[in-house]
Design a protein around this ligand. Structure first.
Ligand SMILES: NC(=O)c1ccc[n+]([C@@H]2O[C@H](COP(=O)([O-])OP(=O)(O)OC[C@H]3O[C@@H](n4cnc5c(N)ncnc54)[C@H](O)[C@@H]3O)[C@@H](O)[C@H]2O)c1
Length: 266
């Protein structure tokens, strides 16, 4: 009898970082369910990988998510890992221009949605005594940025992650988050092509490594944290940002030092 592969659910798996995570996890031997509000995209990404399954799922609909979680486990077995990569975004606006609707929409998807997904899938894991959750936060959750509601939601996701890790540590469930820096998904590339304010600039120049992040680089860290290779790690946030979060101190001194040349070291 062949051993059953461990099952992972990637919410937001239809696009961007979530889609890259579906691909990386499948390549590392997981059986992956791509779950997304955009069920056509979830189905498309799932079809790319061995035994992938695509499902429609809305993180703002906890009752529907309960039904989907029960159906996934009845059909495919216990979920060993959950990745929450769904996200809502807003234009960069000062407080007096940001609408209450934008504030509520972004908090509802990013914070409430992550909470509902974690408690529904994580609650089942805790009852079984095993599982791992990786929430996708953002470097905008680590420091001030011109993305008021979004950044606030991401700081809260890092706090939620830490608190759930404490809640479920004795129940065998690890909970961590990953904070990507600017990651070159299609959504960001479109902003850049359109010259959208802030997004139009080359963020990479502000990172210690002088470049932006590839989606697969975030996915590799997510897969590591989800796997038993990270068996002693819980309650932490890992920035995957080419050193963007650490480079702020250099901005105060006028930016990064130019690359070292062979001549300079002679
Ligand atoms: N790309 C970046 O530069 C970057 C940087 C930091 C953090 N992040 C975070 O990474 C995550 C993925 O973002 P991305 O850049 O890949 O964006 P993306 O738009 O490519 O993917 C987001 C996915 O979430 C899905 N989604 C939206 N609302 C949903 C809902 N209610 N229920 C279920 N799915 C829903 C969308 O359909 C989409 O497939 C988000 O949490 C985002 O905040 C991205």
């Amino acid at each position: 009898m062949t051993e059953r592969r461990r099952l992972a659910v990637v919410i937001g798996g239809g696009n961007g970082i979530g889609a890259a995570t579906v691909r990386v996890m499948a390549a590392r031997g997981w059986r992956v369910v791509a779950a997304d509000l955009d069920d056509a995209a979830a189905t498309r990404i799932a079809a790319e990988v061995e035994d992938g399954v695509g499902v429609g799922l809305d993180v703002t609909d906890p009752a529907g998510m309960e039904v989907t979680a029960a159906r996934i486990e009845a059909d495919l077995g216990p979920v060993a890992a959950l990745v929450v990569s769904s996200g809502a975004f807003h234009d960069s606006l000062p407080p007096h221009r940001l609408s209450d609707d934008d504030w509520s929409r972004v908090l509802r998807v990013n914070l409430d949605g992550t909470w509902h997904a974690d408690r529904i899938f994580g609650g089942r894991m805790a009852a079984r005594g095993a599982g791992s959750i990786v929430n996708i936060a953002s470097v905008t959750g680590l420091f001030s940025s011109p993305l008021l509601a979004y950044g606030t939601s991401k700081t809260a996701i890092i706090g939620l992650t830490r608190n759930l890790a404490g809640e479920w540590g004795h129940s065998g469930v690890r909970v961590n988050s990953v904070s990507p820096g600017v990651t070159l998904v299609e959504r960001i590339l479109k902003h850049r092509a359109a010259g959208t304010r802030y997004y139009g600039s080359d963020f990479g120049t502000h990172a210690a490594m002088g470049r932006s992040v590839e989606p697969s680089e975030v996915a590799e860290t997510v897969e590591f944290l989800a796997s038993d290779r990270a068996s002693a790690i819980t309650g932490i946030d890992v920035p995957v940002d080419c050193g963007w979060s650490t480079a702020a101190g250099w901005e105060m001194f006028g930016g990064a030092r130019p690359p070292v040349t062979p001549e300079a070291t002679r």
